[in-house]
Write a protein of this length. Structure first.
Length: 165
């Protein structure tokens, strides 16, 4: 009887994650606000801004879009995998991947997103390379390569473990 009670409490504890996923949706709102603030700063200066500066702003906006997609993936997939199925009802638009993304696939997608975000950040730094000391450039590249190697290693491990099953 005590064992069953403990098991039910542990199982019910998964609902503690629900407010965390709800909090992620609020970070998505904050990110959207920041995106449109950047856009509002860009538009009035569109004709006078240099091409390089405009590309840097656009890369920052792409970066925010990738982070937003990452938040949505983690929020929905995490909720579905650890808390409860999302029941949208008949006739409601549903994302294709919803309910199909397990924790292994989610980790790989998160790793790929981090590599993409890091790539954009690195590109922004390279576009401003004349103002960045060489030792800092080296560290940015090494950190990016660490992300790439980690993502590749996670993908290989996932492939190996899937084959073993």
């Amino acid at each position: 009887m005590i064992e069953r009670l403990i098991e039910r409490l542990i199982y019910a504890a998964r609902w503690l994650l629900a407010p965390i996923y709800l909090g992620l949706s609020l970070t998505l709102v904050a990110l959207a606000v920041k995106f449109f603030v950047e856009l509002a700063h860009l538009l009035p200066h569109l004709l006078e801004i240099s091409e390089t500066d405009m590309v840097l702003v656009i890369l920052s906006m792409i970066d925010m879009a990738l982070v937003g997609g990452l938040i949505v993936m983690v929020m929905f997939s995490g909720y579905e995998n650890f808390v409860s199925r999302i029941d949208l009802g008949e006739g409601t638009e549903k994302l294709d991947w919803l309910g199909k993304l397990d924790t292994g696939s989610l980790k790989n997608k998160v790793a790929a997103s981090i590599v993409a975000i890091s790539s954009i950040h690195l590109l922004k730094i390279f576009m401003n390379a004349t103002n960045v000391p060489n030792d800092k450039l080296m560290w940015y590249v090494l950190i990016h390569l660490t992300f790439v190697i980690s993502a590749v290693a996670m993908g290989l491990l996932d492939k190996i473990t899937r084959k073993a099953h």
